[in-house]
Design a protein around this ligand. Structure first.
Ligand SMILES: Nc1ncnc2c1ncn2[C@@H]1O[C@H](COP(=O)(O)OP(=O)(O)OP(=O)(O)O)[C@@H](O)[C@H]1O
Ligand SMILES: O=C(O)c1ccc[n+]([C@@H]2O[C@H](COP(=O)([O-])O)[C@@H](O)[C@H]2O)c1
Length: 217
């Protein structure tokens, strides 16, 4: 029985917070494979200014050096909102007997009770949660969710193929795509040298952004 991880995101653009999270998760949980799934039409936020194809290509470039990571384009093939429950239903049909894990950051966990059919997601996969500076599982809703589903250790992931929530002791990186977009816009405005943009960008992604003049306005 394989342990298969999936990391969904808008990735507008992908940054070191994402990359270091997936590298950590893959190793810490000994996943057989970890696939990044760029969302096409985010269900919960305004549509990104940069196309899904560009965002997916940046993910491809960021993970190229790491054979343990792969790009999954399944959400790009659908012209409806990228609801995680529908993505996991497709993946569960593809992998009926394996342990499936959906990786999110702590900010996503604090909103999880608002996701479309969130209870069904936990019938399809485990949630792996990476800690993120500034976010704690404090609300009544998140605490209730954890009381029902939280696992104590990685070894608990093996007792069931879905239904658990594991919070990981990952090293935290204080970076967001919002901060990177702002920093790129500022560099463009003052026409400063590209090296001055955010230090937690990924080099190959930074080059792609410059080549295609993304996030300039
Ligand atoms: N620095 C980080 N540490 C841990 N998890 C993160 C970090 N940044 C993003 N994530 C997680 O990665 C997933 C995809 O996030 P997303 O693509 O929205 O990045 P973001 O930096 O939060 O973007 P934005 O600033 O545009 O909202 C989410 O589950 C989010 O919680
Ligand atoms: O299905 C939902 O209702 C839902 C609501 C919010 C976020 N998600 C998913 O969570 C992942 C991270 O989202 P984001 O906005 O932080 O990039 C991404 O795969 C989204 O599709 C899913």
């Amino acid at each position: 029985m394989a342990m298969l991880g999936f990391y969904g995101g808008t990735f507008d653009p992908i940054h070191q917070g994402h990359l270091q999270s997936v590298l950590y998760v893959q190793q810490y949980c000994q996943l057989d494979r970890l696939e990044l799934i760029p969302c096409h039409l985010p269900p919960h936020r305004t549509h990104p200014g940069v196309s899904s194809e560009h965002r997916a290509e940046m993910v491809r470039l960021a993970i190229a050096p790491y054979p343990q990571l792969a790009l999954n384009l399944l959400e790009l093939a659908k012209n409806s909102p990228s609801y995680t429950v529908e993505t996991m239903e497709l993946l569960r049909a593809q992998y009926p007997n394996d342990t499936l894990l959906f990786v999110i950051g702590m900010d996503s966990l604090t909103q999880f009770h608002r996701w479309f059919r969130y209870r069904d997601i936990l019938k399809l996969c485990h949630l792996l949660v990476c800690q993120r500076p500034g976010y704690q599982p404090e609300s009544i809703e998140t605490k209730a969710l954890l009381a029902e589903h939280q696992l104590a250790a990685v070894s608990d992931l093996h007792s069931n193929t879905q239904g658990g929530i594991l919070i990981l002791p990952n090293p935290m990186l204080d970076v967001s795509a919002t901060a990177i977009r702002k920093s790129l816009q500022q560099s463009a405005n003052i026409q400063s040298h590209p090296q001055q943009s955010h230090r937690l960008q990924i080099e190959a992604v930074q080059a792609y952004i410059l080549e295609h003049q993304l996030y300039q306005v």
